[in-house]
Ligand binder design. Structure first.
Ligand SMILES: *[C@@H]1O[C@H](CO)[C@@H](O)[C@H](O)[C@H]1NC(C)=O
Ligand SMILES: *[C@@H]1O[C@H](CO)[C@@H](O)[C@H](O)[C@H]1NC(C)=O
Ligand SMILES: *[C@@H]1O[C@H](CO)[C@@H](O)[C@H](O)[C@H]1NC(C)=O
Ligand SMILES: *[C@@H]1O[C@H](CO)[C@@H](O)[C@H](O)[C@H]1NC(C)=O
Ligand SMILES: *[C@@H]1O[C@H](CO)[C@@H](O)[C@H](O)[C@H]1NC(C)=O
Ligand SMILES: *[C@@H]1O[C@H](CO)[C@@H](O)[C@H](O)[C@H]1NC(C)=O
Ligand SMILES: *[C@@H]1O[C@H](CO)[C@@H](O)[C@H](O)[C@H]1NC(C)=O
Ligand SMILES: *[C@@H]1O[C@H](CO)[C@@H](O)[C@H](O)[C@H]1NC(C)=O
Length: 571
């Protein structure tokens, strides 16, 4: 033993030559085995050779005559030295395959090597120990990653204070204080029972970092052990199921035109399943897409829900897809330890609307538009159109009918109406439109019988123009006689037409029956005072249309544009 130790010291001082001359299977530094401990608290490290690197356990190795030795390299040092197990108060003790620190101090931080050897055999491995200080105003250090413990929702569960066995004799009952996120709260529905914290019912808001500080006495000294578990609330085992696919589905249409971007989305709900990973992937024509290709871009997003369930969305996109690519089989698949699901996105090529349909629609629209335009034009300009037609294509009805006058004017013999007839009506009809008027008081010869002459004149006229006004219907006037004669003439021989011009409105109940009859059969052209004076106005156009078609007497200045375009013949 003594010789071995001496030899070892020699080895340390002549390390390079030593390690080359004495061959040893060196497994290097296993950083995965990092052990963390809090300053001032007991800690232990176990030689990993017996667990991971060699076939034998410590007792078989020991009984086979192999010895275990500990070396360490302190932080910031490059010299490996034996661990000093002869410190005061036995602060560091070697016990079988374990090295105990009672307690650990910051300077213990370093890489520790355990070496197992006899004269012919040697094997060694190193791993780091990190001694950390607690954060200020905290029961833990952020540098220490807590172990994750998954507790199923709605279940009764027991959370043990981890990694405490072996630190104190079994018969010692330590005092334990529990903290959630470093707050020693009054735990509702969670009972601290010594080294266990019992969750009567696990609820989603009970998620968090639970720290237990274990205090015990050993050889007259008080020691603390601080342990933390990160509690995650997960879906209960009865909810564990294979993944289910939301898209692709049969309802979604996957039609793309060539040249468009084709975007397929695969959305999968993965319930929480203990110790299972979730995979979601696309296959194209049966070939799994491991990564993006030149044409296909895969993007993945994970939405984590409470209880550890996840919604995973994997999108496949092809910019400017080709017809060939649209014919491929795009299938999405998802898997966890309980099962697999897959579904094809039924991609189709979008068939565009045929050209002729668009053309047809355009043609129809244009026709409709034209018809509407024509209807509007007709409603606004029908008088002009009729007059235009008559002026160019109408047959002159005055030729050969043996009549002398174009229109006989019947009116109340009253100063106002007389002025209207003799000045206004006559002025336009004779001077502008070139009609020959018969006005009794102007054209009759003195001395004749009024009745006979009236009837003769009416017979010689093509139209009877009645100027309606309240005075017109006074009983026994010549005007009424004229109206009766005209109506009779129209009814019996049909060679005179009556034009009703309302100069002044009459109350309906005052109208004589002849007038009522005439009004019900014929339209009334209304004189609207000053508004109607303008010779290009509606009143005159309506009147002109009612007047006989007469070729040789073109209007002199009926309408300016009209005359410019169609200069009247014979002028
Ligand atoms: C060590 O291994 C031997 C056989 O390989 C076995 O009988 C023994 O129980 C083991 N000892 C421990 C402490 O595991
Ligand atoms: C820790 O190491 C530093 C230098 O490496 C030394 O100054 C200090 O005294 C040591 N502390 C203890 C408690 O041994
Ligand atoms: C332990 O060894 C690893 C790997 O060689 C090194 O990166 C690390 O700094 C060492 N740690 C200490 C505390 O010396
Ligand atoms: C040293 O240990 C190895 C492995 O256990 C064994 O095969 C060998 O016989 C031992 N050598 C001696 C001299 O005990
Ligand atoms: C703590 O829980 C373990 C099982 O997880 C059990 O064996 C032990 O008796 C419990 N201790 C107390 C104090 O309830
Ligand atoms: C628990 O502690 C770890 C490390 O300190 C931290 O990253 C994590 O966010 C904490 N969890 C909760 C729920 O506070
Ligand atoms: C043990 O922990 C308690 C509470 O965290 C603290 O008050 C006490 O000083 C600690 N004792 C030792 C020896 O570290
Ligand atoms: C598409 O591919 C999937 C998986 O590769 C396969 O199960 C499915 O039968 C294929 N569909 C067609 C129509 O070929």
């Amino acid at each position: 033993m003594k010789l071995g130790f001496l030899l070892c010291c020699l080895c340390v001082f002549t390390a390079p030559t030593c390690s080359t001359s004495e061959r040893c299977d060196d497994w290097g530094v296993d950083t995965m085995k990092l052990i963390q401990a809090y300053e001032g608290e007991p800690a232990r490290i176990r030689c990993p050779l017996f667990q991971d690197f060699l076939k034998h356990n410590y007792s078989t190795a020991h009984s086979a005559g192999l010895t275990l030795m500990w070396y360490w390299t302190g932080q910031g040092k490059d010299l490996e030295e034996p661990v000093n197990i002869r410190l005061p108060n036995n602060r560091i003790i070697k016990d079988k395959d374990t090295l105990w620190f009672r307690p650990a101090i910051i300077n213990d931080t370093g890489n520790y090597t355990c070496m197992l050897r006899n004269t012919t055999f040697c094997s060694r491995v190193a791993f780091p120990l990190e001694v950390v200080r607690k954060d200020a105003d905290s029961c833990v250090s952020q540098a220490v990653k807590p172990e994750v413990v998954e507790l199923p929702l709605e279940h009764t569960e027991r959370l043990p204070c981890p990694d405490t066995d072996g630190f104190f004799p079994v018969n010692v009952t330590p005092s334990v204080t529990w903290y959630k996120d470093c707050i020693s709260e009054n735990f509702y529905e969670r009972l601290p029972q010594g080294l266990n914290l019992t969750f009567i019912v696990v609820r989603s808001n009970y998620q968090g970092n639970y720290t237990c500080i274990v205090t015990y006495e050993d050889s007259g000294k008080i020691y603390n052990l601080t342990r933390t578990s990160e509690v995650k609330v997960v879906g209960p085992p009865e909810d564990e199921k294979p993944p289910s696919m939301t898209t692709p589905n049969a309802k979604t249409l996957y039609e793309f035109a060539a040249g468009e971007e084709m975007l397929l989305s695969c959305e999968v709900f993965c319930p929480f399943v203990r110790n299972s990973r979730n995979d979601v992937w696309w296959t194209v024509d049966g070939k799994k897409l491991e990564e993006n290709t030149e044409r296909i871009i895969i993007t993945e997003s994970v939405n984590e829900q409470l209880g550890g369930a996840k919604t995973i969305k994997v999108s496949l996109s092809i910019k400017q897809v080709t017809v060939e690519e649209l014919k491929r089989n795009y299938t999405c698949a998802a898997r966890n330890s309980l099962g697999e699901v897959s579904r094809q996105a039924p991609v189709k090529e979008k068939v565009g609307t045929p050209r002729y349909i668009t053309e047809l629609a355009c043609g129809l629209g244009a026709t409709l538009f034209l018809v509407v335009c024509l209807i509007i034009v007709y409603h606004v300009y029908w008088l002009e159109m009729v007059l235009f037609y008559r002026a160019h294509f109408g047959t002159d009805e005055t030729i050969g009918d043996g009549k002398e006058y174009d229109v006989y004017v019947s009116y109340a013999r009253n100063a106002e109406e007389e002025e209207f007839v003799l000045v206004t009506l006559r002025g336009v009809l004779e001077n502008e439109f070139g009609y020959k008027l018969c006005i009794f008081d102007r054209d009759s010869l003195p001395g004749g019988t009024v009745t006979d002459e009236t009837l003769t004149f009416i017979k010689k006229s093509r139209r009877l123009l009645v100027v309606i006004s309240p005075s017109y219907i006074l009983k026994g006037t010549q005007a009424l006689l004229e109206l009766k004669a005209g109506l009779e003439n129209m009814a019996t021989q049909g060679n005179i037409r009556i034009i009703l011009v309302q100069y002044k409105a009459i109350k309906s109940r005052e109208k004589v029956k002849e007038l009522k009859l005439a009004e019900s059969v014929l339209g009334v052209i209304k004189w609207k005072g000053d508004k109607s004076k303008f010779p290009n106005g509606r009143f005159w156009k309506q009147l002109h249309v009612a007047m006989p078609v007469k070729k040789q007497s073109q209007p002199k200045s009926y309408c300016n544009t009209y005359i410019e375009l169609y200069p009247p013949r014979g002028l």
